[in-house]
Write a protein that binds this ligand. Sequence first.
Ligand SMILES: Cc1ncc(COP(=O)(O)O)c(C=O)c1O
Length: 458
Amino acid sequence: MPGHSRGRGVPRIIKRIFRQDFLKFDLTEVSGLDYLHYAKGVIKEAEDLAADLYDVNRTFFLVNGTTAGVHAMILATCKEGEKIIVGRNSHRSVIGGIIASGANPVFVHPEFNEEYGIITNLTPEALENTIKQHRDAKAVLITTPNYYGFQGNLKEMIDIVHRYGMYALVDEAHGAHFPFNSKFPKSAIEYGADMVVQSAHKTLPTLTQTSLLHIVSDRINSDMVEQSLAVIETSSPSYIFMIFLDLVRREMALHGEELWDRAIDVANYARERISTLSHYKVVDENVVNGNDIFAFDPIKLTINVKEIGMSGFEFESFLNRNRIEIELSDLQNILLFITIGNEKRDIDYLVKVLKMANKKEVSKIERMPDFPVAGKQVFSPNDAFNMDYEVRDIMDSKGKVSWGIVAPYPPGIPILAPGMEITNEAVDFIMTMYRRGGMIQGAIEDSGKIYVRVIREA
Ligand SMILES: Cc1ncc(COP(=O)(O)O)c(C=O)c1O
């Protein structure tokens, strides 16, 4: 294995796309190449170099994305029936990890930035209030920064979590680049989280699916984390993924600072140029408020298009027609981000296209509906997942208990989780996002209607 013998057996069309040299590295655990899940040789060496660079006790290379790291953090700290406190703004992988472990989630509601219409972060106060009511919780999982690069007050939140004797786990999927330039927010690693997971593939120049899980403190049983990863992840890890993780680590160690200086320059150039255009408002560090937005990632480029009279979704289609692909759009904004592969001429083209947009006379822009507070958790997600479900029109599901995860995208945050009561507010939010052009992940769409899976009543 693999069945192509170092590229020789692949179809000709694949040979044309990928150079033979590249395929030669698609290897498996032949002698000298170590085992990801029992790493003692070259993989361990590479992981140790990454741990040195990130200044942590131990780093695990992940080949199944940050999702695998989130699952492992939860499995390694929370057993069946134990409580875990999580942000209501968590990614669906958090719900997945909770289903796998059998833990009981307690949700903390995040803040909302009215100016841009963006869900931000938890506040330390909201977190502490919840912790006080659930002092028996084992762990707290905080997700920050958000997609738009808004980081919460990690120092205070982690201090609070530790004061109550719980594990502080951080989903820093959007912050793998933070340690490499002092103009970035500080990583959760520096703030003393117990474990931190980062999607290397989101902001570093590596391949999709490659992520990093860091054990920062001595309170974590690293053997338990390793065993959890061995349960969750594939037993056939891609060596190409691992080579990318290792060589990108090397690049960051040698040239990270200057590469990110250049990218930040390009992002600042973009902000300067876009802020001179009429009808566009671009997010900058003034968004920081010392509370739910404590730091801002300068490579994120959020452009508010409210004044042009188009929703972010419509604006994204306009950009696509002009050969620009973006990260995401929401009701009021488009989000792009500057990688170390971007140059000022990319921005010049973006600005040229922005200038071509015609302002609409009638503004259709609506505010994002209120983000619904989590419904009552009637069953643990794991219990719910083991029950039977039936499919119902969402309008006919109020008061029922959700069987599945339903996450309108954007913002991609689960509004319904297994075992959670379906509230009127949750249904309204999902339907509003659907009518305004959002995609409802985890629901079934048919002829303009939305159907969800609910627990079948006996
Ligand atoms: C905050 C957050 N956490 C976790 C994930 C999962 O990451 P991955 O796609 O690497 O599995 C994502 C992906 O978008 C994310 O945005």
